[in-house]
Design a protein around this ligand. Sequence first.
Ligand code: AMP
Ligand code: MG
Length: 418
Amino acid sequence: MLSLEVALARMLERVGPLPAATVGLDDALGRVLAEPITARVTLPPWDNSAMDGFAVQAADVTGATKRWPKTLTVVGESRAGHPPEGTVRSGTAMRILTGAMLPPGADAVVPVEATDAPEGVAALPASVVVMGAAAVGANVRRAGSDLRQGDRLLEPGSRVSAAAVAVIAAAGHGSVRVHRRPRVAVLATGDELVEAGAVLGPGQIHDSNAPALAAQARQVGAEVRRLGIAHDTLAEVERRLAEAVAWADVVIVSGGVSVGAHDMVKSAMERFGPLDLWRVAIQPGKPLAFGRAVGPEGGPVLMFGLPGNPVSTFVTFEIFVRPVLRRLAGDADPLARDTVRARLSSALTSAKDRRAFLRVALRPDTSNGTGWLASSAGGQGSHVISALATADGLAIIPEGVDRLEAGAEVEVWRLEGA
Ligand code: AMP
Ligand code: MG
């Protein structure tokens, strides 16, 4: 049996990021940057007001209180989008709105709440009574205090989050260079399978692997095509694979890779290129086929044959396919995972010779050092789908260990969106 690390390294050494393309900001979410984002503009571009109020000379309002107010003549207004007309001189003030340019001559802003001017919509008053002091710079946002033209803000290889979209737009970019999305074709195999939602005939079950694999691939930002369900015949599996290879960067096949009398997938994959059939030392999901075909333009097409047991399919995607898709998508660190350490609320058992990935529910728990308590999400058999409903993560039980007692500390990979 191969170790997980060796199997994964052999897959990853064959992939690099897909080529880059330029997309608009509305299409950037979830894509991976192919270039650094640097600021094209300085923000704020000029000194501006952090409050609605009056721009003043701080010296004019020194010591102003409710009891000892200072009255200033209002010389105009500065509002967002309209540069101020005029200058603030000693004894005068200019009405100013949040984000508007600080007028020449002013060095502080008195909030409207500290004056006799009404809050909300109101005509420009002739004068204003100031009932609070403001030091030089009070309520002023300085030019460049947020970002400066040329600042490096985001690195290539990072995924565009909603927060990153805000930064990219504010930095003056209307579009970004991102890697192409991996194209993933998903095929289920098995004579017993019918589409989800269909009425079941004798001996039939619903295909849950293909919908799950498609969803997992979409979480990584892949463009997914479902190729339906193939019967367990070499000809049919081969025909569907040919269809897949014509379009995809990655083909994921579920089922039919074991040593059963009708497990045709390995032979079918072999027709398209060299095939590695691995018994990887993990639980669940031991038999795993990995092949390489050649696409229509001569590029590589990676093929995964995942074990058909639904939990094995799900877990082997997480372990192997997700990092490969992330590398194709341009991710700088395709192996990084959202991981927590947790204490077990009850004992867990696993196969001793393999690294186990067991489904657990997590809840916060401040009474122990890790901050998390993990409990088995249900039966751990590789056919038990129901435990996926309550699983928040996969607890990792190392090789050489077949039982961890309640209270033991484990590493847990959190499942995205669980
Ligand atoms: P196989 O790897 O084809 O031998 O399948 C192993 C087990 O997983 C069998 O019990 C299959 O019925 C089940 N199975 C295979 N493919 C799927 C699928 N797409 N959805 C649900 N169960 C499946
Ligand atoms: Mg089968």
